[in-house]
Ligand binder design. Structure first.
Ligand code: CTP
Ligand code: MG
Length: 231
């Protein structure tokens, strides 16, 4: 039994607007619905827990019905940070082998990418989806180039990030201490890395963008059009 936690409890401050970005419409459906549909289509995930702003949880089941989301079992309220929202999702799971954590604002992940990442985590304990880095990356100190980082060793961390349930619970057990040190936790892998657990990098597509700022909306429309026309 594999469970996905889809976090969508953020405020979307960088994108701005009246509604948080996960609820903005893209091609006739909210971004979050596009994301959840990919989990409906994959084989490896049996159940999905959605983490939402507290005032959105009550109305979500009717939205889930309207869009025929059969795997969504629970909608739980999120926390102040992404990591706290994941933690709330984790607390709602009683039984799972592998848990996949995914950003609600990454609607272009494919069912195949989800399946490959879950399968890798099932086989090894931990696996995250990554994409190549296109630009040359420089380490900078005091406004001066320090050195060039070897690009072949770099990857962008995407989601889903998938872990054995027990490993992820152990990693999140330390969250309060880590946040108390004011260390920003921007993905799940960072917490699991601290346990010394080996994590497999699963190569994915750069198309799996996180809708972050206003410029990403136009890009998302373009990707959606290209996905639809290639089907
Ligand atoms: N997220 C969440 N709970 C939070 C913060 C973020 O569930 N307290 C979710 C977002 O809804 C999003 C994902 O984590 O699906 C990635 O976060 P990000 O892109 O930073 O979204 P926001 O935090 O909403 O945006 P911003 O940082 O611009 O406010
Ligand atoms: Mg954020």
């Amino acid at each position: 039994m594999n469970v996905a936690i889809v976090v969508a409890a953020g405020k979307g401050t960088r994108l701005g607007g009246e509604r948080p970005k996960q609820f903005l419409e893209l091609g006739g459906a909210p971004i979050l619905i596009h994301t959840l549909k990919q989990f409906e289509r994959c084989r490896e995930v049996d159940e999905v827990i959605v983490v939402l702003p507290a005032d959105q949880t009550a109305g979500f089941q009717s939205l889930a019905q309207r869009f025929e989301l059969k795997k969504v079992s629970r909608a739980v309220p999120g926390g102040d940070t992404r990591a706290q929202s994941v933690q709330r999702g984790l607390a709602a799971i009683t039984n799972a082998d592998t848990v996949a954590v995914h950003d609600g604002v990454r609607p272009f992940v494919t069912p195949e990418e989800i399946d490959r990442t879950v399968q890798a985590a099932k086989a090894t304990g931990a696996a995250i989806l990554v994409a190549p880095v296109a630009d040359t990356i420089k380490a900078v100190q005091s406004g001066r180039i320090d050195h060039t980082v070897a690009r072949s060793q770099l990857r962008r961390a995407l989601t889903p990030q998938c872990f054995q349930f027990e490993v992820l619970k152990q990693a999140y057990g330390r969250l309060a201490d880590i946040e108390a040190e004011e260390i920003e936790v921007t993905d799940d892998s960072a917490l699991v890395e601290r346990l010394g657990v080996e994590i497999v990098a699963v190569e994915g597509s750069a198309r799996n963008i996180k809708i972050t700022g206003p410029e990403d909306l136009a890009l998302a429309e373009m990707i959606l059009t290209s996905v639809v026309s290639s089907q």
